[in-house]
Ligand binder design. Structure first.
Ligand SMILES: *Cc1c(COP(=O)(O)O)cnc(C)c1O
Length: 387
């Protein structure tokens, strides 16, 4: 079978999404299923919808257009602030976008008016992580201007934490978001339908027996796909952490010295090997294999390797591993589990095939044919079973 490849088990993703949806719905929190890590793949979108997400979200207008072209009619939110140059595509394809800039919202209003559409705006608040967000003191002014714009509906407010600086969602920042929701509603006599508390990093806060206060929506990507919460990358109880595997093929296996030798200068990436101490370790031999995958295809530091296999290094096209006591001859496939960054890079690489194992849902078959360039053959067991 073609390698390298991603094997994506949509049944496990369906289970993860449905489990999170039901846990959060119990607390009256809806889930927006985030598709950006998988480039808005319609098969993923349909799986998330079958799991009961209230809507979909993606950071890129291209991915949203891809889902629309595949016939997906569910509500979709653009979760990165729109580019003014894309206003028209945004209002044509996304029902809602997350916003922080008055200029952008005005452009969305004009574009929506041109097309005779209505566009929903969620205003994003800065609560400490220092990525996107309106400073709380400026919120009132922006609300006042937004609700006056034609063809724009102020759909709600939200925040995003943990992504840039790792600031954790906690009682304090969620209480602030709730308090601002109350005060905006009272001041302007409006209803803020969506109060979107954040991303997968909010799950620890939600399940901590905390009252969600006004928070009634979370935007979840990583936790659904990888079954882990992103603050400590711990597995989430009851979810699969192996829904997505990355498989690569061995192209060289030799007994080689543990240490390089010769005179050291920069390698291909501009770094110099640490000074070698020519002690007994330098004479030690190891079983070294090379896998035909590299940093052009994934994040070599973001792969969980099979038991007994250690990553030694990588260049653009080669991943070098120490296989311990077992020799894997050329042609052997190795199964690895990528973290979020490793997954995103593999999704983008045209050299990595994507093998979707269909979920057992009805909606699946009607859209599958729209996914071009993707081999949907059934997944064969890989050898060796080093998982
Ligand atoms: C990526 C992103 C999400 C989803 O984050 P996960 O950690 O994958 O759940 C939610 N909201 C915004 C604004 C994002 O950029």
């Amino acid at each position: 079978m073609t390698a390298p490849r991603l094997e994506i088990d949509l049944d496990k993703i369906l289970h993860n999404a449905a489990t999170l949806v039901s846990r959060l719905n119990d607390r009256e929190i809806s889930v927006t299923g985030i598709t950006k890590a998988m480039l808005g793949a319609p098969v993923l979108a349909n799986t998330l919808l079958a799991a009961g997400v209230a809507g979909l979200g993606d950071s890129r207008i291209e991915n949203i257009e891809r889902m629309r072209e595949a016939g997906i009619s569910a509500p979709i939110t653009l979760i990165r602030s729109p580019m003014i140059s894309q206003s028209s595509r945004v209002v044509a394809n996304a029902n809602v976008s997350l916003n922080t800039e008055m200029d952008v919202i005005q452009n969305l209003s004009a574009a929506a008016k041109d097309r005779g559409l209505n566009h929903g705006v969620v205003l994003m608040l800065e609560l400490g992580d220092l990525r996107e967000g309106i400073m709380p003191g400026d919120l009132e002014d922006i609300v006042r201007k937004t609700i006056q714009l034609p063809n724009i509906t102020l759909a709600g407010i939200g925040t995003n934490l943990a992504c840039r600086s790792g600031v954790s969602p906690d009682h304090q920042n969620m209480a602030e978001l709730s308090k601002l929701t109350d005060s905006i509603e009272a001041k302007f006599g409006i209803d803020l339908k969506i109060v979107s508390g954040g991303n997968s990093a909010n799950l620890n806060w939600v399940t901590d027996e905390n009252h969600p206060m006004r928070i009634n929506n979370l935007r979840l990507g990583e936790s659904i796909l990888l079954g882990r919460e992103p603050l400590h990358r711990q597995p989430i109880e009851g979810l699969y952490t192996d829904a997505i595997a990355l498989i690569a093929e061995v192209i060289e296996t030799k007994v080689k010295p543990k240490q390089p030798w010769g005179k050291f200068a920069q390698n291909a990436f501009g770094t110099v090997s640490p000074k070698q101490d020519f002690d007994s370790a330098s004479k030690q031999n190891i079983l070294q294999s090379i896998l035909a995958i590299g940093n052009q295809d994934t994040d070599s530091t973001g792969l969980q390797m099979p038991f007994g296999v250690t990553t030694l290094g990588a260049s653009s096209d080669h991943l070098i591993v120490d296989t311990g006591k077992v020799a894997f001859p050329p042609g052997t496939e190795m199964v690895m589990y990528p973290n979020y960054n490793g997954l995103v890079r593999a999704m983008i690489s045209p050299f990595v095939a994507k093998l979707w194992k269909p979920a057992e849902i009805q909606e699946f078959s009607s859209h599958a044919t729209h996914v071009t360039g993707i081999d949907r053959g059934s997944i064969q067991p890989t050898t060796p079973t080093t998982r």
